[in-house]
Write a protein of this length. Structure first.
Ligand SMILES: Cc1ncc(COP(=O)(O)O)c(C=O)c1O
Length: 424
């Protein structure tokens, strides 16, 4: 009765399972990645102003003219070339829809998409809906240094041994928090340059949250020869603490953006016009001095730097090693010092009916016995690679300082009795 396309999409997921546990237990949540504070006043004010100004009717399907104009100016500077506001930008319902439409526009059934795992779990379902096939390439983890990086040799091998149509990049990265440095991005660009049929989607939703000293966001499409091969995706949600506004966009060469623009009016006539209008204005104001900083983005970086440190220090006290991160909303914890009680390791759950992985068991234990929600990383891997997630748990720090402190105190109270001997 229902389209075969939807087969398997109705199963319980990490989000439904840990959402239910959070409701059942009232646990403190460092789970889902949305800020638990109000957006900046200047952004909310532009929301009110857009409604007062009377922006209530349809706008252009590919994007409200004032917004595509502002974005084209910004990206002309990010990508060091003139971006055409009408032909090289498409406005979407969040980055989620930007991704959906890009995959629908570029993928034919059976086409391979390279994913660097762990990766944002939405990618799997969207690739499936487009008829694509996931070809996973695990990131290389250096346990001693607590870092994640892209194994360029493994990536090139995957490109050469398969027939991938697309490479999906994400930096700053969900879930590891890595902002891949210029030399790694340049290495990827060299691989892409050697394979003329490979296209790239660069998901850059966390680009304004690069908080680590000496780290910077690299716009992949700004690298030599990469603009013509890349659709860059982003959205306003993470930058302005307005994830519910769902305003996103695609930027790229006309040949890749045109098919996305063609699809758009079949999905919705346009993205909410007042939201687009408000965002265009907010983007301009964000460049002004803000709360003692040169602009809003500098203030934001500082905010995330301090929240990340608060969480990292607290996790350290709880015997969880904070891995190196540079940007985004998440900190990856190495939990290998923790002894997970056997009863949790033996469980089967609606989302893991064949038995749980260690990371999943550990997160259930933390939720039920410490009252803290964190997210296991196995859902960010495809089935053959889920074992690589065993020691790793994702903690969100886009939460109030009180929430982060309370969560860390609760974790410490539980884990101090469950550390592998000799470590304390
Ligand atoms: C890596 C990544 N890409 C895309 C999205 C979706 O962004 P949006 O809320 O704008 O749809 C998220 C949201 O968590 C994300 O983490």
């Amino acid at each position: 009765m229902v389209s075969a396309r939807l087969n398997g999409l109705d199963k319980p997921t990490v989000w439904s399972e840990f959402g239910d546990i959070a409701r059942e237990t009232g646990a403190v949540s460092l789970g889902q990645g949305f800020p638990d504070w109000k957006p900046p006043d200047f952004v909310v004010a532009q929301g009110h102003a857009a409604l007062d100004e009377g922006v209530h009717q349809y706008t252009r399907p590919a994007g409200h003219p004032p917004l595509v104009e502002v974005l084209s100016k910004r990206y002309s500077s990010h990508l060091h070339r003139k971006i055409d506001p009408l032909k090289e930008v498409a406005i979407t319902v969040g980055a989620s829809q930007a991704l959906y439409l890009t995959l629908q526009a570029l993928i034919d059934p059976g086409d391979e998409v390279l994913l660097l795992e762990p990766c944002f779990d939405l990618y799997y379902g969207q690739i499936k809906l487009a008829g694509g096939v996931v070809r996973p390439v695990p990131l290389a983890v250096d346990v001693a240094r607590a870092t994640w990086t892209i194994d360029l040799d493994a990536l090139e091998k995957a490109v050469e041994t398969g027939r991938p149509k697309l490479l999906l990049l994400n930096s700053p990265h969900n879930p590891t928090g890595t902002a891949f440095p210029l030399e790694v991005m340049t290495g990827i660009a060299a691989i892409v340059a050697r394979h003329p049929n490979l296209l790239v989607i660069s998901d850059e939703v966390y680009k304004y949250t690069v908080y680590a000293e000496a780290a910077e966001h690299v716009h992949f499409a700004a690298l030599p020869g990469m603009f013509e091969r890349t659709v860059t995706l982003s959205s306003a949600g993470k930058t302005f603490s307005i994830t519910g506004w769902q305003a996103g966009w695609c930027v790229g060469p006309e040949r890749l953006i045109k098919p996305i623009q063609l699809l758009l009016p079949f999905v919705q006539f346009c993205v909410s016009a007042p939201i687009q209008h408000a965002l265009a204005k907010a983007l301009m104001i964000a460049d002004d001095p803000y709360e003692g900083h040169a602009n809003y983005y500098e203030w934001l970086k500082e905010l995330f730097r301090s929240k990340r440190k608060l969480l990292a220090d607290g996790l350290e006290r709880a015997g969880i090693r904070p891995m190196v991160g540079h940007g985004g909303f998440f900190l990856m914890g190495d939990t290998s010092r923790l002894l997970v009680p056997q009863k949790y390791l033996d469980e089967r759950t609606p989302a893991a009916p064949d038995g749980v992985t260690r990371d999943w068991a550990l997160c259930r234990w933390l939720a039920y016995e410490a009252g803290v929600i964190a997210i296991p990383t196995s859902p960010f891997f495809s089935p053959p690679n889920k074992h690589l997630a065993a020691n790793y748990v994702r903690f969100a720090f886009c939460k109030s300082d009180d929430t982060i402190r309370e969560a860390c105190d609760r974790l410490e109270a539980l884990t101090k009795h469950h550390l592998i001997e000799g470590d304390r």
